[in-house]
Write a protein that binds this ligand. Structure first.
Ligand code: SIN
Length: 475
């Protein structure tokens, strides 16, 4: 069970509501906790509080904001074991990966604590001797952040640490599967001295009534969302009439190109890390592994052996590498994709079956065709489809022939090819001989249907700053 005193502490910070909903663990279905089921009324209240809090927070200095963020960072670090365990209970991530995510999530808070002090405007030369021109940056206002379940700490901090550092206030609506991690972050924020209304968490089973209020209100100036393309498109349309700035981190369908000059063991190590972290439930994990024909048989054989050796089981066991899928719908999609592929001619090299509960065997498939469902949408599960290509041109054509543009990967020992291919890939993130490129100081985000805007690095804080031009006449 989750540490009861910690649960009690984090419950205190949830915006109250008339009813509650259950958070069930995908490990075995037990109820981890009840949390408030907020609706339109709670959203209005949270927004009024946020708008009020903005008047004070925007006037703090970057140094004051940085000091609170630094304390918050320290508290996330010192609560690492309990946060990691909570995450594993909530969404089934293997606990060793949950520890990694707590560290990764904390790194955004640390980085933006430092970056707050580097927000800077410009002076611009004027053609008139009696004028001085300036561009200053100011916090945009209330931010509404809708966060996903697959990285319940890191996607929250990646969005809100830059917003808070910029002087914005935030309302977070975490995924209904993982409200507790977000509430825990909010609790630690308060313990760090952060004002409650500057960072609020509203939990809801059905986000529509709550989101409707926040989307329609002009006081919410930025919407930042990670989730499906379908919901992202809806939010984009819905935000048009209040002209919000949007950062949308939507789905991916990442190709991984393995060229024949690759060192196979190293390439397989990175493909495994890229594909199977978080049980394949990662926006940037590869969904299509393209291997040059001459090395395809050896690659597939070794990959199959590595995948068959993955340990599936209770994610609280530190030796387990693959935990359960997050919920029944997640598992059903994996089953549907593999069954559809097999029906259309795919061959199963290993895995291919659901186990008891929400667990699925890590799987390698060959004989993949473009019309298969897993080639058209994210599977979001431990399934590795292996395809082949003959030439660099063909590899690029296949990789780019997708409406998705979040992340892509390649493995080669040829420096010239590394540049040519990484520059030609139509994706926001490219890992060259690197299956896990994400890091706090780098830009994270996609092109095409994978979204707009960037999180991370100095790009991430600009999403929350307005540029104001001041022309000063000297008379
Ligand atoms: C995500 O899937 O949204 C997060 C993955 C990462 O940060 O690498």
């Amino acid at each position: 069970m989750v540490d009861a005193s910690f649960l009690q502490r984090i419950r205190e910070v949830a915006a109250p509501a008339g009813s509650t909903f259950e958070v069930r663990s995908p490990i075995d279905g037990h109820v981890v906790a009840d949390v408030p089921d907020c609706g339109a009324a709670e959203a209005r209240l949270a927004l009024d509080r946020a708008a009020n809090a903005f008047e004070g927070w925007k006037r703090t200095t970057a140094y004051e904001r940085a000091a609170i963020l630094k304390k918050w960072h320290g508290l996330i670090q010192s609560n690492e074991p309990v946060l990691a365990e909570l995450m594993t209970f909530e969404m089934g991530k293997p606990v060793t990966e949950s520890i990694g995510e707590v560290r990764y999530g904390a790194s955004f808070v640390e980085w933006y604590a430092e970056e707050a002090k580097r927000i800077a405007g410009e002076t611009i030369e004027s053609q008139f001797s009696h004028k001085r021109l300036h561009a200053i940056k100011q916090p945009s206002g209330v931010v509404y952040a809708i966060t996903p379940w697959n990285f319940p700490i890191a996607t929250v901090t990646r969005k809100i640490a830059p917003a808070l550092a910029a002087g914005c206030v935030v309302i977070v609506k975490p995924a209904e599967q993982t409200p507790l991690s977000a509430l825990a972050l909010s609790k630690l924020w308060r313990e760090a001295g952060g004002a409650p209304d500057v960072f609020q968490v509203v939990t809801a089973l059905d986000p529509k009534p709550l989101s409707g209020v926040l989307l329609d209100d002009l006081r919410v100036r930025v919407l930042t969302f990670t989730g499906s393309i379908q919901v992202g498109v809806h939010l984009y349309e819905r935000s048009a009439h209040t002209m919000k700035r949007l950062a949308l981190e939507l789905g991916g369908h990442a190709p991984f190109l393995v060229f024949e000059d690759a060192a196979l063991d190293a390439a397989i190590r990175e493909v495994m890390a890229c594909k199977f972290r978080n049980g394949g439930q990662t926006c940037v994990c590869t969904n299509r592994i393209y291997v040059q024909e001459s090395i395809a048989p050896a690659f597939t054989e070794r990959l199959t052996a590595a995948v068959a050796a993955l340990k599936v089981g209770n994610p609280l066991d530190p030796t387990v590498q693959i935990g359960p899928m997050v919920d029944q719908a997640g598992l059903a999609k994996v089953v549907e994709h593999v069954d559809d592929a097999v029906k259309l001619g795919a061959k199963v090299s290993t895995g291919g079956r659901a186990l008891s509960g929400l667990y699925y065997q890590p799987t390698v498939l060959t004989g993949i065709r473009p019309e298969m469902k897993l080639m058209q949408e994210e599977t979001f599960g431990p399934v590795a489809p292996v395809l082949t290509f003959k030439t660099q041109e063909e590899a690029l054509r296949l990789a780019n022939g997708s409406p998705f543009g979040l992340a892509a990967y390649l493995w080669t020992a040829d420096l010239r090819r590394a540049y040519q291919v990484s520059e030609a890939l139509e994706f926001g993130i490219v890992g060259v001989n690197d299956g896990i490129p994400s890091t706090a100081q780098a830009p994270f985000g996609g092109v095409k249907m994978s979204g707009i805007g960037r999180e991370g690095g100095h790009w991430g804080i600009d999403e929350f700053l307005d540029i104001k031009y001041i022309s000063m006449g000297l008379g």
